[in-house]
Design a protein. Structure first.
Length: 360
């Protein structure tokens, strides 16, 4: 009876060691937890010291626990980690000869295996954290490069706009003035007068087209007042019967790259609506969704198109591809809903965090 009681107590002690070791390893820093588990192993086995030797691939040195100095080695357990291809050595030592039963040795082996498992978990966690940090760094670098690329494109547009303004536009204005002076300065035949009037009209339209192109290349409102003001200025120049614009962003300024991309998307969509849709009503909404996306919605009641219509590549298709490519640079998406005779609805969304930075 006494023997059964001792066996029951020993079995309970072994189970308690396994459970407590697992609990400690799951709830504390690995090195601290490992020392705590070594203390439990010493108390369990009667050893005066214990240490764990790690594989060469681990950066950690030996972790040890001692209750008294200079013991002689009594138990050495090596546990391999299977697929992890790593192993640890758990050594227990005592000043006295310690007898360890096979069951106790097996229990200590389980504890060593738990330590190895915790070590491998920590290694994988550190690898994941390092990978995550590296990924964040690459994403930040990519976002910076995208912003620099968009900025370079806009600078080139500005340079072209300035060149047009100082070169071709001035020459056309000068030509227009000369033609007007010629028409007013002398009597000419009816046919010549008509030809001159046609030339004046052509020159005037060329001046208007160049000025319009300059404004499209680099809208001053976008830099000075933001996306909503630039879209309003674009709408003011459109020849559509009814136009509505809803701005729910208010005074909020978006990251420069996002404003530029959304303006170019709006510019392309509005050009498609004016040139190809033959619409009478146009609605634009600019706002933010509940999940932090900046949303630009453009709807028209024009002729629409079928998604499978290959002919749309002559008009809508190229523009839609350009929009998607621009939005992809800032992590945005484009959704199109259109059908013949049912108009077109366009939704462009870009992720922006609470600090106004793009989340791409």
């Amino acid at each position: 009876m006494r023997r059964l009681y001792r066996e029951s107590e020993a079995k309970a002690a072994r189970l308690r060691l396994i459970v407590e070791a697992r609990t400690i390893l799951d709830s504390a820093d690995f090195e601290f937890a490992a020392r705590q588990v070594l203390a439990l192993a010493c108390a369990f086995s009667g050893a005066s010291s214990a240490r764990i030797e790690f594989p060469e691939t681990q950066a950690d040195e030996t972790i040890s626990y001692e209750r008294s100095p200079s013991p002689s080695l009594a138990i050495v357990l090596t546990v391999a980690g299977g697929e992890d291809a790593s192993a640890i050595t758990l050594s227990l030592a005592s000043e006295l000869q310690v007898l360890i039963s096979d069951d106790d040795r097996q229990t200590l082996g389980i504890v060593a295996d738990q330590i190895l498992s915790a070590l491998n978990d920590r290694t994988r966690r550190q690898e994941r954290e390092a990978f995550t940090e590296a990924l964040k760094g690459r994403e930040a670098m990519l976002a910076h490069l995208v912003a620099e690329m968009i900025s370079a494109q806009e600078k080139e547009r500005a340079r072209v706009a300035y060149d047009l303004h100082d070169g071709v536009a001035q020459s056309l204005v000068s030509l227009l003035h000369h033609l007007q002076a010629a028409a007013a300065g002398q009597e000419i035949a009816n046919e010549a007068a008509q030809n001159l009037a046609n030339c004046i009209d052509l020159a005037r339209r060329c001046v208007g087209d160049v000025r319009h192109a300059i404004a499209d290349l680099r809208p001053a409102e976008l830099d000075d007042l933001g996306l909503a003001a630039a879209i309003r200025a674009k709408l003011d120049a459109m020849r559509i019967e009814t136009i509505s614009f809803s701005d729910r962003l208010g005074e909020t300024r978006l990251p420069r790259a996002v404003e530029i991309v959304l303006y170019r998307v709006a510019q392309e969509a509005l050009a498609n609506a004016e040139k190809h849709a033959a619409c009478k009503h146009l609605g634009i909404e600019l706002g933010k969704t509940a999940d932090g996306m900046v949303a630009l919605t453009i709807r028209d009641d024009g002729r629409g198109f079928a998604a499978s219509d290959r002919q749309r590549s002559r008009g809508h298709g190229i523009g839609l591809s350009a929009m998607r490519e621009r939005l992809a640079l800032v992590g945005g998406t484009l959704a199109i809903d259109s059908a013949p005779g049912a108009g077109t609805s366009l939704l462009a969304e870009v992720p922006v965090d609470t600090n106004g930075e793009t989340s791409a």
